[in-house]
Design a protein around this ligand. Sequence first.
Ligand SMILES: N[C@@H](CCC(=O)N[C@@H](CS)C(=O)NCC(=O)O)C(=O)O
Length: 210
Amino acid sequence: MKLISATPSPYARKVRIQLIEKGIPFELVTEVPWNSDTTVPLYNPLEKVPVLLLDDGRAVYESAFILEWIERTHPQPPLMPTDDAAYLEARRFMVLADGICDAGLLLFFERAREPAHQSQPWMARQLRKIEGGLAALERDIGERAFAVGDRLSLADISVAAPLGWLKVRAPDLDWPGRFPGLAAYYERLSQRESFKATVPYAQVLRDKVV
Ligand SMILES: N[C@@H](CCC(=O)N[C@@H](CS)C(=O)NCC(=O)O)C(=O)O
């Protein structure tokens, strides 16, 4: 099994952490999906990472679906609660976390435009979503060690992904300074080997994207 990933990608980081936590061997293929010579479109017509390449040649893409695919095909150790209410609560966190990633990427690429072409209303809109999402996470996770229940789940992995990404791609937002509960939560999760092994770092985008 191979995983096509990018070093800063919060979506790919979720899958990498899940694979490590489950002890599933995989080959990490690092790409810059924004560059014109990327191989990603060969495997995903949507041209995005992560892409999971199965041993039988099939490609699975869209991070939430990859997480589900891996959970179904490699159920041990479980990273989703079995109880319906807890499962749905975990999914709720995962949806919110992915939405923060989406707004973050939109903000990042708007900021990457020439200043004269940047849309202030668009950036303000994305910033509002990011900050609203972080505030909701701060409120709902509170001082708990894990988002749901008393063990690591895909909810924690998903929540951590935008937190780590924002540190690299939007450090000016200073979310740890503004959301101390989330900062302590992220710090605790960051002690895990799977988190240490996947700390995001920037890639240079060689080609013009916006
Ligand atoms: N909803 C997708 C988002 C994936 C995504 O946007 N990945 C970025 C890297 S962080 C990408 O590859 N973008 C390239 C593009 O949109 O062309 C997922 O969850 O997998």
